[in-house]
Design a protein around this ligand. Structure first.
Ligand code: ATP
Length: 360
């Protein structure tokens, strides 16, 4: 397999995990490129940590192989992999100073003390903690402790860093700050990072590619814009960003375009469904693609619904519409687009056919 010989690439070939009869991860195949930032994104229990732990060597796969740089690493012990691990509970040594914590991996590797000192100083500067070298972990904020954990990992220059919800314990502002810090450090060091989160915004901000997971399997892998713009499944479309969903039956397809019959009309859209043979499908339209008013021509589709709520969120107002008994739509209205309708009004909305997606 050509991918297996790619310099620095991590190749997963049908890696799976079962506990008795329970499947924690279905056979999974993917290639993580050298220097890539790949995020495993999915709800609780979808198999993210299981996949990460098999890459780290902390969990043995039930089947499949893990290839690193062309070598079979499936059963290679954890410490022989030399990967950096950063978890939510960062487990700093409480009796050691920040500098001693960061020096620890270098001591284990028996680096000469002058080089060790230089590397620790340099890494602490990178995470902007050089002023804190002599403090103890309990004298630091959560974000600072998390940066020490990151420095302790970066200092030995691993080729691959695995992070499992590393920012989960931090408040929103600190989490957002640290997301940008990790992104910056990734660019600077060029390390491969595999990052677990269940936070879609975090995944969008940080990743080169996102691997969307659900029910022990990979739903879709792609660049953030690719998954947002061309979701292949209903789960991917609704887990990343908000989607308006009209479900129905596929009545025709022609190349990349398909037509779906729904209780509210027959519409067409780009056929991005992973399963092209499925007939139970959904039409997906992102809120920002919908406009008020009737379809202005053949290039548009539209529906009519009842306005049930108006939500003011600063830069825009969100309009909530109900169609029939159980379908709702959201669209955005920017203040320059004119007057808002009133709650209870029957309103027409439309969207360009080219903006709709048909998924399974
Ligand atoms: P979370 O976001 O909650 O951490 P996750 O996506 O990381 O979830 P995993 O930790 O990979 O999920 O777990 C996947 C499934 O495997 C879960 O249903 C979990 O209960 C199960 N599982 C994990 N470890 C074991 C184990 N040692 N024995 C049995 N089942 C396990």
């Amino acid at each position: 397999m050509a991918a297996a010989s790619q310099q620095g690439a991590l190749v997963l070939e049908g890696l799976s995990k079962r506990y008795g009869t329970f499947t924690a991860l279905e056979p999974t195949s993917l290639t993580i490129e050298d220097g890539e930032f790949l995020t495993l994104l999915g709800p609780s229990g979808s198999g993210k940590t299981t996949l990460l732990q098999m890459i780290s060597g902390l969990t043995d796969p039930s089947e499949g192989r893990l290839i690193f740089n062309g070598e079979d690493w499936t059963h290679r012990p954890v410490n022989a992999r030399g990967m950096g691990l950063v978890f939510q509970h960062y487990a700093l040594f409480p009796h050691m100073t920040v500098a001693e914590n960061v020096a620890f991996p270098l001591e284990m590797r028996k680096l000469p003390s002058a080089e060790m000192k230089t590397r620790v100083e340099e890494t602490l500067r990178k995470v902007q903690l050089d002023q804190f070298a002599h403090r103890f972990p309990k004298e630091l904020s959560g974000g600072q402790q998390q940066r020490v954990a990151l420095a302790r990992c970066l200092v030995f220059r691993p080729k691959v860093i695995l992070m499992d919800e590393p920012l989960g314990a931090l408040d929103k502002a600190l989490r957002e700050h640290m997301q940008l810090e990790i992104r910056r450090l990734h660019k600077e060091y060029g390390t491969t990072i595999i990052y677990v989160t269940h936070d879609q915004e975090e995944a969008l901000v940080m990743s080169d590619r996102i691997c969307v997971m659900n029910h022990a399997r990979v739903e879709q892998i792609g660049a953030p814009s690719q998954i947002y713009g061309n979701p292949e499944t209903l789960f991917a479309a609704t887990f990343i960003g908000h989607s308006n969903v009209l479900s129905g039956e596929k009545v025709s397809s022609d190349g990349d375009v398909a037509t779906i019959r729904t209780p509210f009309g027959t519409f067409s859209g780009k056929h991005t469904a992973r399963d092209r043979s499925a007939t139970d499908v959904s039409l997906i339209i992102r809120p920002e693609q919908m406009r008020l008013g009737s379809a202005p021509g053949d290039a548009f589709d539209g529906v009519t619904g009842r306005l049930t709520d108006l939500i003011y969120v600063g830069a825009e107002t969100r309009l909530l519409l109900t169609l029939g008994s159980d379908t709702s739509l959201t669209l955005r209205h920017d203040p320059s687009a004119g007057d808002l309708p009133s709650i209870g009004d029957e309103v027409a909305v439309h969207w360009p056919k080219t903006a709709a997606r048909i998924v399974t």
